[in-house]
Design a protein around this ligand. Structure first.
Ligand code: ASP
Length: 596
């Protein structure tokens, strides 16, 4: 080792020892004739003193040091003089008086501050990610990621799970998203696909008899990006044989309940985790990933407003829709502009309008007063359970629109009104998802979870007669408004899997070419099985209190699926393309292939 200890290690009890440290120049201060350097490595910071009286040559050499130079320093640990101690630093009682200095490497002036947590443009951070990752916050995040992964590995291994790797070069077998594909050089015209998840492979491992499998698995989905998504991401992937839904929920809940206090100072709001059916979640929160850190539940006003002479309400109800409200505490005083702004947001989310009631001390302020009597208004207010000072927001539309609009307004306002506690993780299970949903664009049913999910036993007969009403044995784990994982009990019989493929409009032939391996495997004694997968980065993001998963991913892509550091994706040489039997029909503009 080029060092005898790390920069976070030395204490008062080390005074008098000769040590060698190596790291980066974090800060440099010249005080009269003394030069102070804060030397940083992954483990901390140690103050180094260069004294011209005792070590003139070393002091002279130290004049050449700049920020982020890589140096090795030999010196003697001593107690800092009275008044110079720094109780904020673990090494703040000591300093090292340098007797030797070796510059291991120089450094350009960093493109942003590494020794300060300042706002930096994200594109610049991603372009120079290796510098960004030097910053203490990023170092903490990646170490936390490691701790979470390690904890999960240990927890599952102790419970007789085995980690098994599955291939990255796999077969294009659509699971819901678009595949990333890899051309085969040896088999012209054929392609591998990168797995969207190891779903089928882990099921096949159950057929193999492993019973308890897990993997920290890379997954690839060519989807449009959102702040909590990346084209490639990592799941804690689990599968078990001879289990029922309850077993998977218990295992996951046990793991999360043990994990959170072990690696973070977050508190889980409620254990055992509350459970909501999909229908309840949509009804009460307008979302299948509700943030349960605050109330503001959706109130159904259908009964209260039935028969009231306000066309917006009566038309919505007559068309089989809903009239629902949320109550925003303390917002009765919103100005005209603020109400217009909320209405604009509701429209952007798909509503035709937003009806508001502002419960002010002098009375209710609402456009409804032109249509309804004071008693009728009062009925609505009572149904909402609202009080003076509250703002009631009402949407009347089809259930889907009402949920989308009020669900999102609820989430946004909960945050804006400071109703969420950042130290709390509100975990909840969402169960009883529908198995299938109608896709207008494709004019067929698609699987809500994935096509390997088992229907609820009791709903099996509906698979052909009423597919839209079949419930799935599927569940999601949600925390603070984010889906952190999901899973299901799987189909393990060929006949049911075939019925499922039919239900999603797949021909026998396609089922055979795409999923023949799985169907065949089910003929060889496939045990009942089920599992779950949790997005590791999303979990770490919540544990770290970061706003998006890029903050906990070492080398993320942009929202646009580009790596700004290496400029990937990039062009291939003609030779590479020829080998792969590929001709490019439309080149991206503004770039020349690099044939070098
Ligand atoms: N493979 C599923 C997914 O990636 C998870 C599971 O069902 O276990 O969403």
């Amino acid at each position: 080792m080029l060092k005898t200890e790390d920069c976070g290690q030395l204490r008062l009890s080390d005074a008098g020892r000769t040590v060698t440290l190596a790291g980066w120049v974090h800060r440099r201060r010249d005080h009269g004739n003394l030069i102070f350097v804060d030397l940083r490595d992954r483990f901390g910071i140690t103050q180094i003193v260069f004294n011209p009286d005792t070590n003139p040559d070393v002091h002279a050499a130290a004049s050449d040091l700049h920020i982020e130079y890589v140096v090795r320093i030999k010196g003697v640990v001593r107690e800092r003089p009275e008044g110079m101690r720094n109780s904020d630093m673990p090494t703040g009682d000591i300093e090292v008086v340098a007797t030797e200095l070796e510059i291991l490497n120089t450094a350009r002036v960093p493109v942003f501050h590494i020794n300060r947590d300042s706002e930096v443009d994200e594109a610049l951070r991603l372009r120079y990610r290796y510098l960004d990752l030097r910053r203490p916050r990023m170092q903490r995040n990646l170490v936390l990621y490691h701790e979470v992964a390690l904890f999960c590995r240990d927890y599952l291994s102790e419970r007789k799970f085995v980690e098994i790797e599955t291939p990255i070069l796999f077969k294009s077998t659509p699971e819901g998203a678009r595949d990333y594909v890899v051309p085969s050089r040896l088999h012209p015209g054929k392609f591998f696909a990168l797995p969207q998840s190891p779903q089928q492979l882990k099921q096949l491992l159950m057929v193999s008899g492993f019973e308890r499998y897990f993997q920290i698995a890379r997954c690839f989905r060519d989807e449009d990006q959102r702040s909590d998504r990346q084209p490639e991401f990592t799941q804690l992937d689990v599968e078990m044989s001879f289990v029922e839904q309850e077993d998977i929920l218990q295992l996951t809940e046990g793991l999360l309940t043990a994990l959170v206090p072990a690696v973070s100072d977050k508190r889980i709001a409620t254990v055992p985790f509350p459970r909501l059916t999909y229908a309840e979640a949509m009804g009460r929160y307008g979302s299948d990933k509700p943030d349960l850190r605050f109330g503001m539940e959706l109130v159904d006003l259908g009964k209260a407003v039935a028969g009231m002479p306000f066309v917006v309400f009566s038309e919505a109800l007559a068309a089989g829709g809903q009239v629902k409200a949320i109550v925003a505490p303390g917002c009765a005083g919103y100005t005209r502009r603020q109400i217009d702004e909320l209405t604009g947001r509701a429209r952007a989310l798909g509503a035709r309008g937003l009806v508001t009631i502002q419960l002010r001390a002098e009375g209710a302020h609402t456009p409804l007063s032109r249509h309804l009597s004071a008693e009728q208004l009062q009925e609505i207010v009572s149904a909402c359970g609202a009080n003076e000072g509250d703002l009631i927001l009402i949407v009347a539309d089809q259930a889907k629109v009402v949920a989308a609009v009020l669900g999102q307004l609820r989430t946004d306002m909960g945050h804006e009104l400071g109703l969420v506690d950042d130290n709390v993780l509100a975990m909840t299970w969402i169960t009883d998802f529908p198995l299938l949903e109608w896709n207008d664009e494709e004019e067929r049913y698609t699987a809500v979870h994935h096509p390997f999910t088992a229907p609820a036993e009791a709903d099996l007969p509906l698979l052909e007669s009423d597919p839209g009403h079949v419930r799935a044995q599927a569940y999601d784990i949600v925390a603070n408004g984010y889906e952190i994982g999901g899973g299901s009990i799987r189909i393990h019989r060929r006949d049911i899997q075939e019925r499922m493929f039919k239900a999603i409009g797949m021909s026998d032939e396609t089922a055979q070419t795409q999923f023949g391996h799985l169907l065949e495997a089910f003929e060889f004694g496939a045990p009942p099985h089920g599992g779950i997968a949790a997005g590791l980065a999303r979990l770490v993001m919540l544990l770290a209190g970061e706003p998006n998963i890029r903050e906990v991913t070492a080398f993320p892509k942009t929202q646009n699926a580009v790596d700004l550091m290496t400029d990937a994706p990039s062009f291939l040489t003609d030779k590479q393309l020829q080998e792969l039997h590929i001709e490019i029909a439309h080149q991206s503009p503004a770039a020349e292939p690099d044939d070098a």
